[in-house]
Design a protein around this ligand. Sequence first.
Ligand code: MN
Length: 295
Amino acid sequence: MNNPLSKMKIIESIIPPPPYHWVGNGFKVNGIFPEGINSEKRMSPFFLLDYNAKTEFAPSEKPRGVGVHPHRGFETVTIAYKGKVEHHDSKGNHGVIGEGDVQWMTAGSGILHKEYHEKEFSKKGGVFQMVQLWVNLPAKYKMTTPKYQPITYNTFGKYNLPDNNGILNVIAGKFKDIAGPAYTFSPINVYDIKLNKSVALKIELPENYNTGILMIEGNSIINEQNVLENNFILFKNSGTKILFNALTNCTFLVLSGEPIDEPIAAHGPFLMNTDEEIQNAIDDYYTGKFGNLED
Ligand code: MN
């Protein structure tokens, strides 16, 4: 940290949100990646980033969302920024992801779940903003036992900037000596950073880690380029330093991880290494090996 000889991370591209699509009837998402960067490996170990930018939902008695579906071979990480997400899975887990909170679900060998707007939020309606990340698992952990980590905002590792100028929340990995609460299967840093207008912050992340930042709120200069709300900035694997200069009050989602150098076989809700493993996942799903969950 703070090595004076370290270099700024070079920007590879700044990606505006691709056209949205619906996941069920509750999640209006921009496929930031792999769609937006046209690569399944460029952000490895992160495979997918679906971003529901701020969207106003009308009140609904029947919660909007996505019904029962399977996953195998990776982790789904849901971050609720505005509104609340409710969730049930075939292992008997049920929870509500409140504003600012995270759910880190390891699908591993296979799970069924459903995801929808929390009942009371749905009844009242309002602004909804959410991220879902798919984090790949190394081959040796793809069939690990499914599990579920509910991670609330108050348990994030906290680095407070002087004079209440902002906060760097460590969700996973480390910042300086501050560790995040998420258990991960490969080296990953996930930060939620909030900066007040005109505040600057410098961080360092390893050169070989694939690194990108989603602008959740506000506009900022990042390594000398202006990045607008809802845009994603992707860095080359060159340099370590990232310098933020917030032009407005800002919220950033920072993703950085050691690439998993293994083949990818992706099909719908399954993320494996070979086509044969994908076929096994499909067979296991249709023969009931993922368990049971009522719609
Ligand atoms: Mn899902």
